[in-house]
Design a protein around this ligand. Structure first.
Ligand code: UDP
Length: 252
């Protein structure tokens, strides 16, 4: 079962992959609604300078540890988050288990056409899964109420929101209360992977905790700031936090 641990001022729900799927399916099928986020090193660095993202994470019903940076940093600070719960692995597994129990999902986000392709691939991989609807992630503010209405009418158990960090978390935090009974989950580039628009790192690279390096090699122009500068900032945040903990220990 989940225990909640704090790392760099964000609370995480520490669970294995199978525990997370059980907890999530329970919530989804009972139509509890709510907000589920994944947080990796990039999320933590962004949240340190973006109060709206920090607030969304604070309000999240489940916050899951994603990536080797968080695993490494949390171990250093004495609150190890050992399981890597990225959405790219978790969502297909969740859909497979949920499909036989009547799970329905709605895919919101990515470029026009990508959510449809991802939905078709997901449905093929998870026999019985209901695709409640799809919508690309490049709609205008004037279209938001219509997008929300379409989702309410489709009434999926799970709304996957793939609009990138921090847009998706802030969007979910703002609008989840207009989607009763629907659990919203921020999933970043998931649809691009499932639609096979962006190749996923081979298993060996993933197992070595080096998926970020693969992603950097695939999209260097877009991602160099995130991974080269971002990882350095993340390291500094972890070190500064470790130092402040040590100071606190020495003064008490
Ligand atoms: N995206 C979107 N709307 C936007 C900006 C981005 O739907 O206004 C999509 C984009 O097409 C891509 C995803 O959000 O599919 C972001 O992917 P990324 O790998 O950057 O996610 P992150 O690593 O930030 O979670």
């Amino acid at each position: 079962m989940a225990d909640r641990v704090s790392f760099l001022n964000t609370h995480f729900d520490r669970m294995s992959l199978s525990e997370t799927i059980d907890v999530l399916l329970g919530r989804l099928l009972k139509r509890e609604g709510g907000c589920v986020y994944y947080a990796n090193a990039h999320t933590m660095v962004t949240a340190a300078n973006n109060p709206a993202l920090a607030e969304a994470l604070e309000q999240g019903d489940l916050v899951l540890a994603d990536g080797s940076g968080v695993r490494w940093g949390s171990a250093l600070l004495g609150t190890p988050l050992v399981h890597n719960l990225n959405g790219t692995d978790l969502v297909p597994a969740l859909c497979k288990d949920g499909a036989v129990k009547g799970l329905s999902v709605y895919l919101l986000g990515a470029k026009p056409g990508v959510a449809e392709e991802a939905a078709a691939n997901l449905a093929k991989a998870c026999p019985g899964l209901t695709i409640a609807g799809t919508q690309h992630g490049y709609f205008s503010p004037a279209q938001i109420q219509k997008v929300l209405e379409n989702i309410r009418v489709a009434k999926p158990h799970l709304l996957l929101v793939a609009m990138g960090v921090p847009t998706q978390e802030i969007w979910i935090d703002k609008y989840a209360n207009q989607l009763p009974g629907i659990t919203c989950m921020g999933v970043g580039g998931l649809f691009d992977f499932v639609a096979k628009r962006v190749p996923r790192a081979p298993q060996l690279i993933r197992a070595a905790g080096m998926e970020w390096l693969w992603r950097l090699a695939m999209e260097p122009n877009r991602l160099w700031r995130r991974y080269i500068i971002g990882n350095f900032v993340f390291l500094s945040l972890v070190m500064a936090y470790a130092f402040s903990l040590r100071q606190d220990e020495q003064t008490t």
